[in-house]
Ligand binder design. Sequence first.
Ligand code: FAD
Length: 470
Amino acid sequence: MNQGLLDELRACVGAAHVACEGELDDGYLVDARKRYFGRALAVVRPGNTAEAAAVVRTCAAHGVPIVPQGGNTGLVGGGVPNDSGREVVLQLGRMQSIRSIDPDNLSMTVDAGCVLQQVREHARTHGLLFPLSIGSQGSCTIGGNMATNAGGSQVVHYGNARELCLGLEVVTAAGEIWNGLSGLRKDNSGYDLRDLFIGSEGTLGIITAASLKLFAPPAATLTALLACADIDTAITLLARLRTGTTAQLTGFEVMARHAMQLVASHFPQIPQPLKPAPWTILVEFAADDEERARDWLHARLVETDCDAVTASNQTQADALWRLRDAIPLAQAREGLNIKHDIALPVSQIGGFLREMDTALPALVPDVRTVVFGHLGDGNLHFNLQAPEGVSPAEFLLRHEANCNACVHDAVMTRGGSFAAEHGIGRLRRSELARRKSPVALAMMRSIKQALDPHNLMNPGRVLQDAGQDA
Ligand code: FAD
């Protein structure tokens, strides 16, 4: 049966774009965190939407499940095959056309396989801004960004991927093409199918193109690094900075002491211009007049009593962002860790962190909490690194379940989310099953059943299949 299927897949996309077991690059089979190692029946790389639709129809006819994959930078194991060897990876990396740009409409339409950085640069060449900004932007794709509803460092002003998307083109589970590539800002003609596919992590269909919202870039940006004695001061500062009219807050990133220490030990070449502090904050503003914005910021900082350095030019601003972007890389070098991607109302964050300061060491003495993230959106990466001298693998095996329960119970009690921006994938599907309301889960299952009745679109991701492990 496999030989027949493989021949048909070769006919869909050309033999050069189908690789089978034995010829497969590990890059398609292992996730970015190196937690999930899979096998695939084949990796298939269509060159356009019609080819992608033909692949889906072929797999559907053979009852073979499909795992869509973009840049494979996802952090929840949703874009790599499981270890059955039965799944086909549909990899969109060859679909890289910028289809059109409409400056008057402030929109552009791109193939799903376009790399985010490439899209940002293309908008810039037209004097426009596509503001989605995430640490993986040199490798992740627009299709993956939409499939995960990616967040990143500019959400506080511009919103998540969902708010930046005007329309989608999707190949359905039956292999039909839905062209929803609207450039419209208003369209209430029935259910919003675009919003259904955004954040669906490949479980409802294949996103093959997206229409994106563009913006006029700000005349100036101002970037500064601040040091705060405690989280309450950081939250007060956030409230003051986000209500300014002289400058618009576009980023507010916090980095706790342990996170900065990890960067210092793994990337000593990246300068840390401020003395170590309980919290270091990276802020960015859009402004019409840089000098006025600088004066305004300095006045706010004097009121709050924070140490600060302000970037004088783009090179200095980039160096400050390098510090922030280095944290996940430093964590990876330190070894596997227990990750939590949580969201809380900003007003609850101080209480949550104080609760964790006592609850976690009671579970795992000397555990290292590495906290950083997008405080402006109430989204923290609340990660736990093994105590010094303890093997990361042993730490995960012994403590992951208890630590997850401790952190996520506290988050949910405070009205938060256990999956803020990275999604569910395989990593958090049992949490979803446990913590989402039965009514919400039933509606999700009905949608899945309606759009993918044979459960061939990324099965077992997001929603657990019957009998599936945690
Ligand atoms: P993949 O990893 O290939 O896939 C992710 C999911 O989407 C999978 O379930 C896959 O099946 C599905 N999928 C992919 N393409 C399609 C498609 N065309 N159609 C349907 N389904 C599809 N995320 C954030 O939100 N904010 C951050 O700040 C952030 N920073 C990161 C920093 C680093 C260093 C790394 C490694 C990751 C970071 N991420 C962040 C996570 C990741 O980059 C995002 O989730 C990104 O949107 C994934 O895009 P991708 O193309 O790599 O998708």
